[in-house]
Design a protein around this ligand. Structure first.
Ligand SMILES: Nc1ncnc2c1ncn2[C@@H]1O[C@H](COP(=O)(O)OP(=O)(O)O)[C@@H](O)[C@H]1O
Ligand SMILES: [Mg+2]
Length: 238
């Protein structure tokens, strides 16, 4: 699904936390690409993602999904997960199966899909464990497996690999790249890890103080002559 934002403004208590104007007033998140949203803390990344997810309404501007405004059908094809995923206090297996159960999928299909995801995310050994007592990496992998279980068309991730172990990061990145290769999934990921952005994204959007300073390929951002972007890149590259 292609997602387009047009002249988005979001105001909280008289302060514009997002005000997309000028060259990058309209943003396009094309289907089949991994889009990274980067930028300093408080620049409006989460706000933009919540607007795209339909979790908060913009003060002005529009978001179009394949040219259409948000509706129930589009909502049911999108999934949103953050660095503090809300898992149910049931088993890892039940958490991953849940989106399929509410969509009334066939029992065998549910079992097959969940089993494949447990294997892909290396969660098989803990499938019967309560999702309440998981490490950061385990809960993040469970959340992503759950998000992917019903084959969404849009995957929105807000810092999914913040503070988790390197092995889990590797598994998550591989899962995103695999879906990107095999499906026309639109992935938008907020990350403060610039190396990660360069490893997995085909498109980057840079926000700073509610404005968009760049939205194009990773190759082009390296050639940017904007001091704010240069400074951000040199401080965050490792
Ligand atoms: N619900 C809210 N009420 C008031 N201000 C908010 C709210 N959510 C976010 N903000 C403010 O909006 C700005 C952008 O926040 P956010 O989108 O979370 O930035 P980022 O994800 O880039 O760190 C910040 O200054 C933040 O304090
Ligand atoms: Mg944020």
């Amino acid at each position: 699904m292609n997602i387009e934002t047009r002249s988005i403004v979001k105001t909280y208590t008289k302060k514009n936390v997002l005000n997309l104007t000028g060259k990058y007033r309209d943003l396009l998140f094309e289907s089949g690409k991994i889009h990274g949203i980067i930028g300093p803390n408080g620049s409006g990344k989460t706000t933009l993602m919540k607007i795209i997810a339909g979790l908060t309404a913009p003060t002005a501007g529009d978001v179009l999904y394949n040219g259409q405004p948000l509706c129930q059908e589009i909502l049911s094809e999108m999934t949103y997960s953050t660095h503090t995923p809300t898992l149910f206090s049931r088993s890892v297996y039940e958490n991953i199966a849940y989106p399929l159960k509410i969509r009334k999928r066939d029992k065998d299909e549910i079992h097959q899909t969940v089993s494949q995801l447990l294997e892909e995310f290396e969660l098989d050994d803990i499938k019967n464990q309560s999702a309440r007592h998981l490490s950061g990496g385990e809960s993040q992998k469970t959340a992503l497996a759950r998000a992917l279980s019903f084959s969404p068309k849009v995957l929105l991730l807000d810092e999914p690999t913040a503070n988790i172990d390197p092995k889990s990061i590797q598994i998550i990145e591989a899962a995103l790249k695999k879906r990107n290769k095999e499906q026309a999934l639109t992935i938008i990921i907020i990350t403060h890890n610039l190396s990660q952005a360069f490893r997995i994204c085909n498109h980057l959007t840079f926000l700073d103080q509610g404005s968009c300073l760049f939205s194009d390929t990773p190759e082009k951002i390296m050639k940017s002559d904007q001091p704010t972007i240069d400074e951000f890149i040199s401080f965050n590259r490792f």
